[in-house]
Write a protein that binds this ligand. Sequence first.
Ligand SMILES: [Zn+2]
Length: 107
Amino acid sequence: MAIYKVEWDTNEEQVELPKEVSVPDEVLPDDVADWLSNRYGWCISELERVKHQCSRQELTWEKEPLKDGDIIFYRGICPTCSKAWELVFVEVIHGLWDVENNKYVNI
Ligand SMILES: [Zn+2]
């Protein structure tokens, strides 16, 4: 998935358009501008292929946490590049294991 930074030519109209867009790899570099304007309906004034770095603030998270044993995690996805992420919570200490009796104890 190639990421492009796009300056849209909107004739100074206020339009909600993405500044970074992921373009499928099968779109040839020469066709990216056409592909984008077909998809969004606006012309492009500047186009630059960029190295994308996902940012935690921009990730979209599922509302419900998932559990795997003692690990609690949320699944998230980057809206720009569709990369999957997991935000993981593990308690540092969640009990005291009694090795002899094979159980958690409160002492
Ligand atoms: Zn990303």
